[in-house]
Design a protein around this ligand. Structure first.
Ligand code: TXA
Ligand code: MG
Length: 322
């Protein structure tokens, strides 16, 4: 057990990480639970604090593009993507070098690499002589944290320190891709829109099929889940199914008739998908704490970050929970 402290002291974070303890760190996507990726004791502590199964590999977080080739092999297309989108809400799956521990990659010969775009964490990473392994800083299966307070809610007593970098500006986990035979394969929709990737590669991104997909926790059926039942679909059709129950609604920009306004959570009144993404997880947490009988969520426009929003809502659904 720890007394979990929240603060902005990079020195303190470094001292703990050097002692192979874990520290929650801010990124622009979601908060991560970080430890020295090259030290198995530290990596085991990450899995234990989160209650995460060991078969789920972790992302390696680096300070700069130049460091990538210390840990992985960069092909031309991956290199081009790195140049365009790193630092940013973007993760590349690459062939790993021998110095990356098997515990980090769960035995895979691929390693996931990301360069977060957050000033505090950038400063931290630049001062370390090892990369940080970091999954999202939430108990396994729950909604990812987008503020230091969210991290504390889930991991109080389990970790010594939370580096507070404010609210996450993107609000959804990174987009994960892998380059295979010249194609860019999407493993997880996230904070970087695939349209932006397609513009750089001048062709379509390929959706990973279930067979080709490595086991990633974000791909498990029940994930990003609220404790309260959540259903995604056509709100007008869903409402009558919950007569007599307390209902909360998550919508993009629309207000619905027949449900009190105070139970309707509009993620972006102006219809901006980036803003909706930024508000999604915080809203899911607020609604979960209010103990409605059910949370009904819209299907968002399937473009830009709408793809990732739909993915997270789909995985949070009741029907997916068993
Ligand atoms: O934005 C993000 O990506 C955040 C911040 C903290 O960086 N991190 C994050 O980590 O979302 P996590 O562990 O919650 O999700 C990372 C995903 C998992 O689904 C994991 O299985 C997959 O990346 N992954 C990591 N390494 C992999 C590998 N070697 N092969 C296949 N999938 C991998
Ligand atoms: Mg996660």
């Amino acid at each position: 057990m720890f007394t979990t402290v929240t603060g902005t002291a990079i020195d303190k974070a470094i001292a703990l990480l050097n002692a192979n303890e874990v520290v929650a760190i801010p990124t622009e996507t979601v908060y991560g639970l970080a430890g020295n990726a090259l030290n198995n004791d530290a990596v085991v502590k990450i899995f234990e604090a989160k209650n995460r199964p060991f078969f789920n590999p972790l992302i390696l977080h680096l300070a700069s593009i130049e460091q990538i080739e210390e840990y992985a092999f960069l092909d031309d297309i991956s290199s081009k993507l790195a140049t365009h989108f790193m630092p940013g809400p973007f993760t590349l799956l690459l062939n790993k070098k021998d110095n990356v521990p098997d515990l980090v990659t769960a035995g895979s010969n691929k390693v996931a690499i990301r360069i977060p775009n957050h000033p505090l964490t950038h400063q931290l990473l630049s001062q370390l002589h090892y990369p940080l392994a970091a999954p999202s800083a939430n108990p396994f299966g729950y909604v990812s944290p987008v503020s230091a307070a969210h991290v504390l809610q889930g991991l109080q007593g389990k970790i010594p320190y939370i580096l507070d970098g404010g609210n996450c500006t993107v609000g959804l986990e990174s987009t994960i891709v892998e380059v295979e035979n010249g194609e860019v394969i999407l493993h997880r929709a996230g904070g970087l829109a695939i349209e932006d990737i397609e513009q750089v590669i001048e062709k379509k991104v390929v959706m990973a099929t279930h067979q080709s997909k490595p086991q990633t926790s974000g791909q498990l059926k029940s994930h990003y889940a609220t404790t309260t039942d959540l259903l995604q679909g056509n709100i007008e059709e869903l409402i009558p199914l919950y007569q007599g129950k307390s209902i909360a609604i998550i919508s993009f920009k629309k207000e619905y008739d027949g449900i009190d306004k105070q139970h309707q959570y509009i993620l972006s009144p102006s219809g901006n998908l980036n803003q909706a993404a930024q508000n999604l997880f915080a809203t899911m947490r607020i609604l979960d704490a209010m103990h409605y009988d059910v949370i009904l969520a819209e299907v968002f426009p399937p473009k830009g970050l709408g793809l990732a929003i739909n993915d997270r809502l789909k995985r949070a659904q009741v029907s997916e929970k068993d």
